[in-house]
Ligand binder design. Sequence first.
Ligand SMILES: [Zn+2]
Length: 478
Amino acid sequence: MSARRLWAPAAWMHGAWQPSVVLEIDARGHWSHVAAGVPAPDGAERLAGPVLPGLVDAHSHAFQRAFAGLAERREGDDDDFWSWRDRMYQVANAVTPASLRAIAAHLYVELLRGGYTQVCEFHYLQHQPDGTPYDDPLALSMALADAAADAGIGLTLLPVLYERAGFAAPALRPDQRRFHAGAAAVWQRSRDFTARVAAAGRASEVPLAAGLAIHSVRAAAAESIVELRRLAHEFDGPIHVHVAEQRAELRDCVAATGRTPVAWLAAQGWLDARWQLVHATHVDAGEIAATAASGAGVVICPSTEGNLGDGFTDLPAWLAAGVDLAIGSDSNVGRCWREELRWMEYGQRLKLERRNVCAQPHGAPGTPQGHATRGQPDTAASLFERARAGGGRAAGHAAWGLAAGARADLLVIDADDASLVGLPQARWLDALVFSSPARPWRDVMVAGRWALRNHEHARARSIATAFGQAMSSLWGAG
Ligand SMILES: [Zn+2]
């Protein structure tokens, strides 16, 4: 069978727009050939506008989508991350496999509309609310797989090591019982998920894979992390961990270990290129240098970090150190990568009282690893390239973007969007991030299949109906 062939008037390749691009898809749904400057071949499917790679949402808790917009009222003197978390647990403890599928499917359609084609689920809902295991230990994991298939988005499932309420608490709180998973259970779930979707032929419907996660240094004992590392000795998929999101967590970690979380992980010699540090908000120069030396990446979640009042990370230092950066929707108050990149930059502008913080003028030396930020004066291009490469790695993909060997994912820009009319193409990425288009993606492809066509998702109506029913069951009519 000959390869399926697409042709785009322009495409984002190697960090820049290239004209007249032909893209060929192999039988596995990967790009087999991508070349610019090629007239449209006979029989090629002509795309309706310029194309960008889809991005990876590298950190999501899908169930928290059911809480978005419902935590914006002040109900006590202290309203911070920890009071938010107590209220969020009410949702965590009310979700069933059926409602999780409905919530996640709706979220995943929204993520596709937001320009994401792959999502990493940091998945710590394991048991029934009282801690009793389900008959099928993968009941909630498969609900997420079903949701990804319903929506047509790629999924990297990350079962989470989670076994205590804090450094000084050997057990979980009653409202955390359904999260419990030790090292052996996490390893087994990751393997079983991979085997289950392979046996069912599911991974051919939509790309599904599994990695590993550790909730945080506070929620997992050191010996359990050692055990998980031992089990995963030959595992080359991603390992994600929440770190240094909140100052209280830092204080507790220093009290218990003498070090802050990133410094402690680095001092154990555990970090390597598989690791993804989620948030890494409160870090010092030594921790950034240690992360860079280890090859680990960082996942920043600007809309959630803003919503929760986490604080600002030292983004210029992370960029200068050449650390891989990915973005995540985390609590899913934001479901659009353009919003995340915009807030990545705006947070720094507000903090530093400067503009275009995440770009470099022409001729700047670039970063140690030679990232595409080298002399990249366009802010959106600089952030987009980091999120593209870092996100692909965070999801466990060796290649990500419009290049041979990467998965055949793309976004077709709607050139008729009001925000883009009259702009030179060289500024389109800046306009997509900073000029607030309403509906920029006309078509979205995942692994060679159209998930969105002319702004429409084939199952959006039934998925939204199921989501509405799940919300009613969680929150009632009020
Ligand atoms: Zn998180």
